[in-house]
Ligand binder design. Structure first.
Ligand code: AHR
Length: 518
């Protein structure tokens, strides 16, 4: 059976914010230390202490923003410990992540310098859980005030006269959990108070992000919106996909077909979460002024054997590529509400696009999907519809009910395709008016799919088409330090079959990006 996708070229929707393609760097394991930051005296090729190869890998993705310093770490981080001469910086315990000593050698100046190197916007998350209003207020003054003031003077003393631009600031992280175990009513009041002192200095306009819900905690969204919607620019949402059950994580590779489909089903759940949280936001903000900020998403598997469990290291396979493809299609399709998102995490942690080991670097299957999708950044979303077959496994143990002691079976069946499409003006040299990018995932574990893509209401006809594919021999094939280029972006044949149609053959478990000029 041929699967079919229709892209309606006249159904122009929201602009896909570039910031949906953001990343997240926490003081966790080797994300910062040994990841982005190797230090100025390192033998590893570096630019002012930043790993050169890592910086280049993210520049190649057109990284739009980077979130820092956490995560859970943010609500224990005291920014003044990370400024001034290195030898004077206070040491602390990184209680969440391995109980290691954090020497604060990477602080505000180092992070802002990293964003400059990457050419991306900084997104800083402040400390509500264990910090004070004054501390947050002074951090904003330190970073963004240009006149004479105690914090601006301190910044100049530490070598930086000019203020930085700070576009995004999060008022706490996961304040329902590691950020203070608060009830939504209590956090909503704290948000109102803390954000008051996140001042707007000069022409720096800070987009204030309130700490949002965990997964399907719709009450959290309801309470935050009811009590503070007029004081926020964004409200966050965190959701991680996994194989088995959250409380009992399974390895990132070696899972069965049943495990594979469970991961696909869990990733596809993002659609429902976004829709239901959006419905609540719509009640208080029908014009969608407030952005949904999915500032932590990705796969969370069991730690790689032999690694510190607090470092959250895991392999990254074709399955991760699929989860990235599915999730980014969901974000694109909801870009009227989702305007910022951050994959967790950028380097060496969870679903990382980049892995490092000394001076070696691996671009994971996830990196290759981000590369395929980067053309969506800033493009206009188009309406799509698709007719596809379903795939999955039948009659397998139902883990959720067995948790409650009930012997039960279930079918894990998922839609075979996921898609999003966008349009940009074509490069004038091409002779075409528009450039279309259609990204498609085939989540079928075993079968390839013949897919016809029609461009409805096209002004003119297709002039040229090309496509790329990310897949591997198996759904858990990885790129390792020994074999770093097993899963890469390869050319996929695309046939122009009519004035407004193209056809591709999508291998099992694959992500395709089709570019059409018309
Ligand atoms: O990304 C790892 C952790 O997951 C973050 O620190 C926290 O915010 C979330 O629970």
């Amino acid at each position: 059976m041929k699967e079919s996708i229709i892209v309606d070229t006249q159904n122009k929707k929201s602009v896909i914010s570039r910031d949906i393609y953001g990343h997240f760097s926490e003081h966790l394991g080797h994300c910062i230390y040994g990841g982005f930051w190797v230090g100025k005296d390192s033998d590893i090729p570096n630019i002012h202490g930043y790993n050169k190869a890592v910086v280049e890998a993210f520049k190649e993705l057109d990284i739009p923003n980077l979130r820092w310093p956490g995560g859970c770490f943010a609500d224990e981080y005291h920014w003044k410990d990370g400024i001034g001469p290195q030898e004077n910086r206070k040491k602390m315990i990184n209680t969440h992540w391995g109980g290691l000593t954090e020497d604060n050698s990477f602080g505000t100046h180092e992070f802002m310098g990293l964003c400059d190197e990457l050419g991306c916007k900084p997104y800083i998350c402040g400390n509500v859980g264990s910090g004070s209003v004054q501390e947050m207020n002074e951090w904003i003054e330190y970073m963004t005030f240009s006149g004479v003031s105690p914090m601006a003077d301190l910044r100049a003393k530490n070598g930086r006269k000019e203020p930085w631009k700070l576009p995004y600031f999060g008022v706490g992280n996961e304040n329902w959990g590691c950020g203070g175990n608060m009830r939504p009513e209590f956090y909503a009041d704290l948000y109102r108070r803390f954000q008051t002192y996140v001042r707007q200095y000069g022409d720096n306009k800070i987009f204030k992000i309130a700490g949002g819900a965990n997964v399907d905690d719709y009450n959290w969204t309801e309470v935050l919106m009811r009590n503070a919607h007029w004081l926020m620019d964004g409200l966050s949402l965190h959701y991680y996909s996994y194989e088995y059950r959250w409380e009992e994580k399974k390895p990132a590779t070696g899972f069965s077909k049943e495990g594979f489909y469970r991961i696909m089903r869990n990733a596809l759940r993002m659609e429902e979460l976004v829709r239901r949280h959006s419905e609540i936001m719509d009640k208080y903000d029908p014009d969608k002024r407030i952005a949904m900020v999915v500032d932590e998403w990705g796969n969370w598997f069991a730690p790689k054997p032999g690694t510190n469990p607090g470092f959250l290291e895991q392999d990254n396979s074709v399955t991760d590529a699929l989860v990235a493809g599915i999730t980014l299609n969901i974000f694109n399709n909801h870009s009227d509400r989702i305007r910022v998102a951050n994959l967790a995490q950028a380097v060496n942690v969870l679903q990382a696009p980049v892995l490092t080991q000394g001076d070696k670097i691996v671009l994971t299957p996830t990196w290759h999907v981000l590369h395929q999708y980067k053309g969506h950044q800033g493009a206009t979303l188009l309406g799509t519809s698709a007719a596809y077959s379903y795939c999955g496994v039948k009659d397998v143990p139902d883990y959720n009910r067995s948790l409650r002691g009930i012997e039960a079976k279930e079918d894990v069946i998922v839609p075979g395709l996921s898609v999003s499409a966008s349009e940009k003006d074509a490069d004038s040299k091409s002779g075409a008016k528009k450039q279309y990018l259609v990204t498609v995932t085939n989540v079928d574990a075993e079968s390839s799919k013949e897919v016809e893509i029609s461009f409805a209401n096209l002004d003119g006809s297709i002039k040229s088409a090309n496509a790329s594919i990310v897949t591997g021999e198996k759904y858990d094939t990885i790129n390792s330090f020994e074999n770093p280029e097993v899963v890469t972006e390869k050319t996929l044949a695309v046939k122009i079959t009519g004035s407004n149609t193209v056809c591709i053959s999508l291998p099992a478990h694959s992500v395709a990006a089709v570019t059409v000029l018309a």
